[in-house]
Design a binder for this molecule. Structure first.
Ligand code: DAH
Length: 325
């Protein structure tokens, strides 16, 4: 092979080299100890002495040229490798970060806290009572005698003959009046228990009780307070109406409905003027003291506010449901 052929071949081959492996092959083939350029040099001894210097020079120039082109190529390939390596490590700083999922209050608790805020802003204290209650606090003191249907075993969870899971938050009225002196304005949020389970009833649910005792309170105070509550809870156009009803511990008693556009009138709570017998049971003089009381179901209000149709959703623990409120 002559110098020109090797040069042409070397340039063409180097042109096509595209990775480190091919580059090494090229080095061995042309620049290695048994490479083509080295073997050109070995031809020297076969030439007539007068041609040797020119030939030797020619081969040396070729070696230098190929070595130069080789190191340029090597640099190119190293740069390419480095770029690929950097590309792999590249971090897209515009991607959203890894967020930690933070939970939030249960929709029932949220509504309960909202109810509390509204009444606290009107001057009511928040008090709590026990969930295991005596039959006296839960029934008798609230003017609910032995024969009353609300005392029927089927509605209540009894622990002993005289202890049960409270069926409503109203016994907190009794506890508060026994502990404090009037005037009194309290609300009492908490869990209550009844033997019921369907789309509109849970065996454990939440109520908020209210009691205001002072001199000269009338139905007007009751109505104003509950109307103010309804406006703050459901929007300033909310209206309420009182329908005559019966509770053993109030006289007169009312069911209170709220008007929600798209729904019409909906019952949201029970209320009334504290029955004189209840005052007598806690040692208050019914000639001196007057009061109004009310009790509302928190799940019910939450359902109205958010358009939830099955109360059981509250206890299914489905995060898709819970996280939408
Ligand atoms: N305790 C009643 C119930 O669970 C609700 C209630 C009605 C509470 C009238 C009151 C009231 O304080 O005055 O159904």
């Amino acid at each position: 092979m002559d110098v020109e052929t090797v040069e042409k071949e070397a340039i063409e081959k180097l042109e096509k080299v595209s990775n480190a492996q091919e580059l090494e092959q090229f080095r061995v083939e042309f620049l290695g100890k048994k490479g083509k350029i080295t073997s050109l040099m070995k031809n020297l001894k076969n030439l007539p002495p007068e041609e040797r210097p020119a030939y030797g020079k020619r081969v040396n120039e070729l070696r230098e040229k190929v070595e130069r082109l080789f190191s340029e190529k090597k640099k190119q390939i190293e740069e390419l490798l480095e770029r690929e390596r950097m590309e792999k490590m590249r971090v897209d700083v515009t991607l959203p970060g890894a967020r930690r999922k933070v939970g939030h209050s249960h929709p029932v608790l949220k509504v309960m806290e909202e109810i509390e805020r509204i009444f606290v802003s009107m001057g009511f204290d928040v008090v709590e009572g026990p969930e295991i209650e005596t039959t006296w606090h839960n029934f008798d003191a609230l003017n609910t005698p032995e024969w009353h249907p609300a005392r029927d075993e089927h509605d209540s969870f009894y622990i002993t003959d005289e202890l049960l899971l409270r069926t409503h938050t109203s016994p907190v009225q009794i506890r508060t009046m026994l502990e404090r002196k009037p005037p009194i304005a309290i609300i009492s949020p908490g869990k209550v228990y009844r033997r019921d389970y369907d789309a509109t009833h849970l065996p454990m649910f939440h109520q908020v009780e209210g009691l205001h005792v002072d001199r000269d309170l009338s139905v007007a105070h009751l109505k104003f307070t509950l109307e103010e509550f309804a406006r703050r809870m459901f929007g300033k156009n909310a209206r309420i109406r009182l329908r005559p009803s019966y509770f053993p511990f109030t006289e007169p008693s009312f069911e209170v409905d709220v008007y929600l556009s798209g729904y019409g009138w909906l019952e949201i709570l029970g209320a009334g003027m504290v029955d004189p017998n209840v005052f007598l049971n806690v040692g208050y003089d019914p000639e001196e003291w007057t009061g109004y009381a009310f009790g509302m179901g928190v799940e019910r209000i939450s359902m109205l506010k958010y358009g939830i149709t099955d109360i059981r959703e509250f206890v299914r623990n489905d995060v898709r449901f819970l996280s939408s409120y």
